[in-house]
Write a protein that binds this ligand. Structure first.
Ligand code: S3P
Length: 168
């Protein structure tokens, strides 16, 4: 088995499913957003504010390159926009098996209502904005995925079990 990488839109549950999977597979969990925040000593909101989205995307690429140099298997939870660039999708492919957690806009809205930590949703996650972004991103997520799992109405444990079975 190679590393297992979770991709998908904000609110798809990449972090919670990642926690479940790392327990089930007894593998360490790393989260690209967390690694970026630790390294920059800033929150993602502040990075977007001070340096802009492009700089953040470059940080995501740098994190993937760094993870590629680590030996040993991991579960890797990614930021929702990380697979947007071709370079990052290529790096993900080299890193391991990519599982796309597919989520419906209504679920995102329910989960992220009132959340102010996602600069791209400006703290006001309207259904229109979520639908627009998802529509643009859906084909990109699919293109970069080895596996696709629908997450709506399912617990993180159920999703992790399905992923574990798919890997076997
Ligand atoms: C982003 C998703 C966020 C974070 C940043 C940008 C995106 O991660 O990387 O706010 O472009 O979809 P989560 O998917 O963990 O919320």
């Amino acid at each position: 088995m190679r590393n297992l990488i979770l991709t998908g839109f904000m609110g798809a549950g990449k972090t919670t499913v990642g926690i479940e999977l790392s327990k089930r597979l007894a593998l360490p969990l790393v989260d690209t957003d967390e690694l970026i925040e630790e390294e920059a000593h800033m929150s993602i909101g502040t990075i977007f504010e001070n340096q802009g989205e492009e700089a953040f995307r470059r940080m995501e690429t740098a994190v993937l390159e760094r993870l590629g140099r680590i030996r040993g298997k991991m579960v890797i939870s990614t930021g929702g926009g990380l697979p947007l660039t071709e370079e990052n999708r290529r790096l993900l492919e080299d890193l391991g098996t990519v599982a796309y957690l597919r989520v419906r806009p209504e679920t995102v809205l329910k989960r992220l209502k009132g959340d102010t930590s996602r600069p791209l949703l400006n703290g006001e996650a309207g259904i229109k904005r979520i639908e627009e972004l998802l529509l643009l991103r859906e084909p990109i997520y699919q293109k970069g995925a080895d596996l696709i799992v629908d997450v709506d109405g399912r617990s993180a444990g159920e999703i992790a079990r399905e992923l574990e079975e798919s890997l076997e």
